[in-house]
Design a protein around this ligand. Structure first.
Ligand SMILES: Cc1cc2nc3c(=O)[nH]c(=O)nc-3n(C[C@H](O)[C@H](O)[C@H](O)COP(=O)(O)OP(=O)(O)OC[C@H]3O[C@@H](n4cnc5c(N)ncnc54)[C@H](O)[C@@H]3O)c2cc1C
Length: 490
């Protein structure tokens, strides 16, 4: 009798795919006999990573991203994965010589002053002369230097934190559109400890954000003066390059169009698992990794881990959408001199942000064309998710005309709607995640964007950690209790 251990990974987004990769790598490294099945309910791999290539406008195609358009390189895990897969020669860093972020201020795109690191001003002159913040608002931000730090580990909302350190104007004009925007979150609910723990750490260590950011800047300059690499990168053919490379190099049993309907404890007395698939198949397995949204994990765990399921249900989601619009460059009377515009909630617009994709990256539009991408939905404009496509386009065009003066008719557009797509890390999130993990049965894991980081690097990091943990858990299980995977129809 064969004693191969078998792992089932549910969900074929970046987390599920990279968990499969690291299971494969770790099993090979430790020279242990482990097989795996990766199941994805839809007919494509990648989950929220979706790239469309559109030909017919010149020598080069348009590369349109429906989901993520890049990832943060300071968190190394996604870049490391690309390196392991041999696709790091396809990296496409942002065009940093043209990096400039605009913030909509009283209806006008206003540059974020040079030297503002995320939210904290580190250069005096550009900040003092900026029109974005009023003189009183600037003084209030400067008080950060003197305000005593909060030294405990208690969580608080982003709004409370920014108000406490930098004041209301910094919250409205910078932190809310930039820091809550990344998470599609509501600053009044967003957990500081789950989304920007680094700011709390800086406050604790340096007593002030400004002092901490200046110290960090100084340390960076003295340690690596010539290594000014880009903060974000994509891949030349688009973000799906990562998904394709993963899929090509996975040697396990990978199944599309395969939804998991139910999980049950499996054939007693081995305490392993049975998965009931939508197509009527039963899959027996030794360990399960759930790389699906929290509300799907909650449904699947309702019978076998009701306590964990109840907590998973409390992780809120919002829906978001993007619309990409392609134009003849000559028809846009705007310099597109930056990466785009973020729009504070207080401006009360119907869209959340505009990325100038063909300035932010090369290889995104053919010569003589420009590509813009508009974000809608989320916590700021949830009503836009219900607007039908044929109404959405004119609404977005009207916004672009008012904000940027773009009145041209796009040569094409693409709308991507992501229902219940963005997990909300509300205050207390990390405690909720710890409570879920504490109530999971043995050899069953949850991982990915709902838990400890939504960005691609954090999804990959969690995948890697989970792969190591599952193999460790299986190594402690005696071979006699291991089952061989069998599929049967019921
Ligand atoms: C519009 C948008 C823009 C973004 N931009 C960026 C960005 O620029 N940079 C960045 O780092 N991050 C970005 N993100 C966040 C990032 O894309 C996501 O957090 C990440 O892709 C989530 O990956 P995941 O594998 O955890 O989840 P998902 O991609 O959601 O994958 C989960 C998978 O599980 C499958 N599934 C669900 N139920 C079942 C079931 N019962 N059985 C089998 N399969 C099931 C789903 O079909 C899905 O494929 C963006 C997100 C969105 C929506």
């Amino acid at each position: 009798m064969e004693h191969s251990r078998h792992i089932t990974i549910i969900g074929g987004g970046i987390t599920g795919l990279s968990t499969a990769w690291y299971v494969q790598q770790e099993a090979a490294r430790q020279n242990i006999d482990i097989t795996y099945t990766l199941v994805e309910q839809s007919d494509r791999w990648g989950g929220k990573i979706l790239t469309e290539t559109i030909e017919g406008f010149g020598e080069r195609p348009f590369v349109v991203e429906g989901g993520p358009d890049s990832f943060l390189t300071q968190k190394p895990w996604a870049a490391q994965l690309a390196h392991e897969l041999g696709i790091d020669d396809q990296f496409l860093p942002t065009n940093d010589s043209r990096r400039q972020t605009f913030i909509l201020h009283r209806g006008k795109p206003t540059p974020l002053p040079d030297g503002v690191m995320l939210i904290v001003p580190t250069k005096i002159k550009p900040f003092v002369f900026s029109r974005l913040i009023s003189p009183w608002g600037k003084l209030r931000m400067g008080l950060d230097w003197f305000i005593p730090p909060k030294r405990d580990d208690g969580d608080e909302t982003l709004a409370t934190f920014i108000n406490r350190r930098l004041g209301q104007e910094a919250l409205d004009k910078i932190a809310e559109p930039l820091l809550s925007g990344i998470y599609n979150a509501d600053a009044e609910m967003q957990s500081m400890m789950a989304t920007f723990p680094r700011f709390r750490e800086i406050e604790r260590r340096h007593g002030s954000l400004i002092k901490g950011m200046l110290a960090a800047q100084k340390a960076r300059q003295s340690s690596a003066p010539d290594q000014a690499s880009s903060m974000f990168t994509s891949f030349k053919p688009g973000m799906e390059e990562l998904v394709l490379a993963l899929r090509q190099q996975l040697t396990g049993d990978c199944r599309l169009g395969t939804a998991v309907r139910q999980i049950a404890y499996g054939p007693s007395p081995t305490a392993n698992w049975q998965l009931f698939l939508q197509d009527g198949t039963i899959l027996q397995t030794n360990a399960i990794i759930l790389a699906v949204p929290a509300f799907v994990a909650a449904q699947l765990l309702a019978d076998i881990a009701p306590e964990a399921a109840r907590t998973l249900q409390t992780i809120r989601y919002v829906s978001t959408g993007t619309i990409s619009l392609a134009y003849r460059r000559a028809e846009i009377n705007h310099p597109l001199n930056g990466f785009g515009i973020v729009i504070p909630r207080s401006e009360r617009r119907r869209i959340n942000a505009i990325t100038w994709s063909s300035t932010k990256f090369d290889h995104r539009a053919p010569d003589a064309y420009a590509l813009l991408r508009v974000f809608f939905g989320g916590s700021r404009t949830p009503e836009m998710m219900a607007v039908p496509d044929d109404t959405l386009l004119p609404v977005v065009q009207a916004e672009l005309a008012e904000i940027m003066g773009v009145t041209a008719v796009p040569v094409f557009h693409r709308i991507y709607r992501w229902q219940q797509s963005n997990p909300q890390y509300d205050v207390g999130h990390l405690q909720r995640v710890a409570a879920v993990e504490a109530h999971l049965p043995e050899r069953l894991f949850v991982t990915g964007s709902p838990y400890r980081g939504v960005g691609l690097p954090d999804c990959v990091r969690q995948a890697k950690e989970t792969a190591v943990n599952v193999i460790a858990a299986l190594s402690t299980q005696s071979p006699e209790t291991a089952v061989i995977r069998v599929d049967r129809k019921i």
